[in-house]
Design a protein around this ligand. Sequence first.
Ligand code: AMP
Length: 193
Amino acid sequence: MRMIFMGPPGAGKGTQATVVAGRFGIPAISTGDIFRANVSEGTPLGLEAKRYMDAGEYVPDSVTNEMVRNRIAEPDAEPGFLLDGYPRTLAQVEELDGMLADAGRSLDVVVVLTVDADELVQRLLKRAETSGRSDDTEDVIRHRQDVYTEQTAPLIDVYRDRGLLLEVDGLGEVDEVTARILSALDGRGSAAS
Ligand code: AMP
């Protein structure tokens, strides 16, 4: 099972990605988490990424693509993986296509969590109280929403045209949304074991 999780910042993508990947026994690979781990370890990659993350901008593709290429080549990703937060640009879509083609693999499904924009800002401001994330301030949050709309939302059409898209309502309790995602995946014939 190779899947992608998409959704605007605050849609609950990370939480759902972890739970769903667990059900399928595949790693949830979050580019945001990998960047944050590098930032806290003070690696050169982390230092490079931090400038962009703090401004709510995307880290350059050259950095991000290489990181994903290496990560999905690790043994635990052999049976499959769930990518959380990648691809985020059309160029990253092409790059991922190339990585998968090189490995003789293909994508099974792209899950998009949909949530109303105002609800998202409220959720993120709430998360900001406890997350300690330096990109969880109101200005940066709003900017991240804009960047998502401009650069990432167009990917939805690309994957819809490929017949891979599964749109799921992301509003509600965590368990409710998980159940919705699993039943949508099941409906596509991709049941978790
Ligand atoms: P996230 O945890 O997915 O919200 O990601 C946090 C931040 O990491 C984003 O605002 C970007 O600065 C950076 N980031 C994560 N994934 C990507 C990606 N695929 N391309 C570029 N930047 C990314």
